[in-house]
Every structure is written in C-alpha cells, then in structure tokens.
Design a binder for this molecule. Structure first.
Ligand SMILES: NC(=O)c1ccc[n+]([C@@H]2O[C@H](COP(=O)([O-])OP(=O)(O)OC[C@H]3O[C@@H](n4cnc5c(N)ncnc54)[C@H](OP(=O)(O)O)[C@@H]3O)[C@@H](O)[C@H]2O)c1
Length: 246
C-alpha cells in the first residue's frame, strides 16, 4: 500500500514499536497521531517531533476508546489508517488463584481494545482511499510461552480476529494486516524486571521496522517478521522446546 500522504492513528506510540512506526511514517510524509497513557511522554514527543499529533488515551477503557474515535472523526477526519499496537505483557501463574482484574486488564488492552477500535473505525475507514487496519500480534500468537499464558492467548486471539475482520471487510477497500513481531528490544515487560534499564533481549527495533515496512508496502497482509516466521511454521514442533525450561 501507499505509505505516504496518509493520516495514521497509532495506539501506544509513546515507546517501542509504535514510536518507531510513528517516526518512520512522519519521515515518509504522513500525518501521524499517537496515543498512550503517559502524558509526560506525549508532551516530550510532541516537542521533539514537529507535526506529531498526540492524544492521551487509555485504550483499556471503553469510554476513552469511544472518545478517541469521536475526536478523530471530528478533528482528523482524513484518518485512513488505524494501527492497533498498544499492548502489555504480564506474567501469570496459573497454579494459584489469579487476580482477575489483572487478567481482564491485559485482555482488555491487548484484545478487546483492538477489536472495539476496529469496529468503531470500520465505517469511517471504508469511505477513504488507501485505508487499512494494521493489527500488531506476535510470534507468540502461534506458539505460547507458558509463563505468559494470558498475553499469548490475547495474541492468538488477535490472529484469529484479524482473519475474521479481513473476511468481513472483504467488500470494502480497507486492507487488514496482521504483523507478528518476533522478540524486539523495547520497553515491553520492563515492569517485571528489577533493573528497568535491562534490555528486552530481542532484535533491534530498526531491524524489525525495516521488515515490517516492506510487508506494508508490498501488501503482505499476514506478515510474520524475523523469528516469528519459524514460530508460525513450526508451532507444534517448538511448543515442547520453548517450554522445557519453565
Ligand atoms: N517487543 C516485543 O518483543 C514484541 C513482540 C511481539 C509483539 N509485540 C507487540 O508490539 C506492541 C508494542 O509493544 P512494544 O514492544 O513496542 O512495547 P512498549 O515499548 O512497552 O510499548 C507499548 C506501548 O503501548 C502503550 N500502551 C500500553 N497500554 C496502554 C493502554 N492501556 N492505553 C494506551 N496505550 C497503552 C504504551 O504507552 P503508555 O505506557 O504511555 O500507555 C506504549 O506506547 C504490543 O502489542 C506488543 O504486544 C512486541
């Protein structure tokens, strides 16, 4: 698809993959709107990147999602691309009673929010050219890492949802993408590490971004990036290997 001249809403643009997409799409001559919960980051990013539009929004909150859509439709009606990127990654021990609020929070952020936003934006996007919904899933959609069972289940659900969404929107001009990143070095999961400066251990964001942009430019609607390709191809074979140490 055409990667210039669009108006793009990216959920979770205050760090990591969302911010990398935001900078790249700005560079390519798009209007870019990012949202996130951290207002201090949004202010700082708006100062650092002239033209970047920011909006505080907690996508795990239904009313805030609806308000985001209404604000976009009223203020940036040319928005033709939605990137459902915001996500959190929690460790969940299923051998003890779980904290259901925590489980619901992860599901609301990673699964309900993209589903709800896609449904809110579908009618709006259908009327615009070069429109797209890009869902960020994960290689862990194909093979779960068992110590993060809820996270992996939300990503498997995003994979399934994207297939259905693409089918339901088949008679519109909206392209529906799924990009499944491998482990990428971002802030994801930092809150569970004692040393917050410790790296994530994944590939550099630049490496991820280069491959993801090619997929978007070439209309590869389901793009597993890097190691995620193997996870998808070898899911059953890898399940026992990936969990042997946990
Ligand atoms: N990094 C990886 O290894 C990897 C691998 C596969 C898939 N992914 C996926 O890639 C996406 C981006 O993650 P990342 O690696 O870039 O992690 P990150 O650096 O932690 O970024 C996550 C982004 O999501 C936002 N966010 C989280 N909860 C939110 C909420 N309730 N409302 C609004 N924004 C929210 C955060 O902003 P605020 O904190 O300001 O709200 C932040 O901008 C996620 O969906 C993740 O699951 C990442």
């Amino acid at each position: 698809m055409q990667t210039t001249g669009n108006t793009i809403l990216i959920t979770g643009g205050t760090s990591g993959i969302g911010l990398a997409f935001a900078k790249k799409f700005l560079e390519l001559g798009n209007t870019v709107i990012i949202c996130g919960r951290r207002q201090d980051r949004l202010v700082q990013l708006a100062e650092s990147y002239p033209g970047l539009v920011t909006r505080q929004c907690d996508v795990s909150n239904t009313q805030e999602r609806e308000a985001l859509y209404s604000w976009i439709a009223g203020t940036y009606p040319a928005t033709n691309i939605l990137i459902n990127n915001a996500g959190i990654q929690l460790v969940t021990d299923l051998t003890k009673p779980v904290d259901l609020d925590r489980v619901r929070g992860e599901m609301e952020t990673n699964f309900i929010a993209p589903l709800h936003l896609a449904s809110l934006f579908a009618g709006h996007l259908a009327a615009l050219s070069n429109s797209a919904i890009i869902n960020i899933s994960s290689g862990l959609a194909f093979v779960p890492i068992a110590f993060m069972p809820v996270y992996c289940a939300t990503k498997a659900a995003i994979h399934s949802l994207t297939l259905s969404l693409r089918h339901q929107l088949r008679d519109t001009q909206i392209k529906v993408f799924e990009i499944a990143p491998p482990s990428v070095d971002t802030e994801l999961g930092h809150d569970r590490r004692e040393d917050k400066s410790q790296t994530h251990g994944g590939i550099p964001i630049s490496e991820f971004l280069a491959e993801a942009m090619v997929a978007i430019e070439e209309d590869t609607l389901e793009a597993a990036v890097g190691m995620s390709k193997n996870l998808r191809a070898k899911r059953e074979e890898l399940f026992s290997v990936i969990n042997s140490g946990f």
